[in-house]
Design a protein around this ligand. Structure first.
Ligand SMILES: [Zn+2]
Ligand SMILES: [Zn+2]
Length: 333
């Protein structure tokens, strides 16, 4: 009976399949379907590669193996691996930290295919000894996720939430390079969502509306802002923009008590609308992140609570234990 080597009914997610019999006879029929490649290996080394078609295995189409077996026409040992060249879809999801160590969760979809079967088998299948389709899929997913984590962690949380399109494009390019090294083509990547903790979402609000990262370090203030925003039901972005600098100014000097309108006479002239832009002098005022009192610019210690003020090499106040400055990204010793 003629030996037939064929990948029958490949599964939806199967990228590779190993022909279970390692003894191959000359004259065997090798059937390679469209979008498939058959790779002949021995001792982890790739010898001959055959593309789609019906092949009768001869010394002609397996010249390297024929040479290896010393020109003998008796059956020889080889591992036949079929590689699918179709496009596959994978889902991903994971957690990482941004540049300022904010925890973020992300998820999405990616599409990939084998571009260079020889490189793919060398780097992934043979290189990792993954001869099972599921193991290969798992490996690729883990590899993708690891890259995603690594690349996302170089961005700030503001970039992730405000410029996700830009981040996606840049991360995609880097991941494509990573995949290329495995003989894979990363066709596309879609980031469907990013998320962070409640605490960081509050900080993010502050960062986006004032651009003042130092103020964000004072969680007391931020929590008060959040509470204040929560009070005014339906407070939209516009309200928040006004409210934030107001609260900020209250820190430097207590707000004057509101003038009660007692009625009678002319009603009080409508007040000048609050400026929507963050008040500049207040934004530049440094505040002790431990007691919340205003401190002299560049102070090393708070004159009120005596706490040491940690700073990055560029003089920005940084939170305790931070590895990178949240303002400029400088590494903290
Ligand atoms: Zn203090
Ligand atoms: Zn800095």
């Amino acid at each position: 009976m003629v030996q037939v080597i064929e990948w029958v009914n490949p599964g939806e997610d199967e990228i590779i399949w190993r022909y279970p019999n390692e003894v191959i006879k000359w004259g065997a029929q090798l059937i390679v379907h469209e979008y498939e490649v058959a790779v002949f290996m021995r001792d982890g080394k790739i010898y001959d590669v055959l593309g789609p078609g019906r092949h009768t295995l001869t010394t002609q189409n397996l010249p390297l193996l024929y040479k290896l077996v010393g020109g003998s026409n008796s059956p020889f040992k080889a591992t036949v691996i079929f590689v699918s060249m179709k496009e596959f879809q994978g889902r991903y999801g994971g957690e990482t930290q941004t540049r300022e160590l904010a925890p973020v969760k992300y998820y999405g979809v990616y599409w990939f295919k084998v571009a260079d079967p020889v490189l793919f088998i060398t780097e992934v299948v043979g290189g990792q000894s993954l001869y099972d389709a599921q193991d290969v899929t798992k490996f690729i997913r883990a590899y993708f996720n690891e890259g995603m984590m690594k690349h996302l962690s170089t961005y700030s949380i503001v970039d992730l939430f405000q410029n996700l399109d830009m981040v996606s494009t840049q991360v995609k390019v880097k991941l494509m390079e990573d995949f290329h090294r495995l003989g894979l083509e990363l066709v596309d990547v879609k980031i469907e969502g990013v998320n962070t903790t409640d605490e960081w979402r509050q900080r993010l609000f502050w960062l986006m509306h004032t651009g003042n990262a130092q103020a964000v370090m004072q969680m007391d203030t931020v929590k008060r802002v959040a509470a204040e925003l929560g009070k005014s039901s339906g407070a939209g972005m516009g309200t928040g923009m006004v409210l934030v600098p107001q609260l900020f100014q209250q820190q430097a000097q207590p707000a004057p008590p509101a003038q009660p309108y007692t009625g009678g006479g002319a009603p009080p002239a409508p007040q000048q609308p609050q400026q929507a832009v963050p008040a500049q002098p207040a934004a530049q005022q440094e505040i002790c992140p431990y007691c919340g009192k205003p401190i002299p610019p560049g102070a090393r210690f708070c004159p009120y609570c005596g706490h040491e003020i940690k700073r990055c090499p560029n003089g920005h106040i940084v939170p305790e234990g931070a590895k990178f400055c949240p303002v400029c990204g400088a590494k903290i010793e």
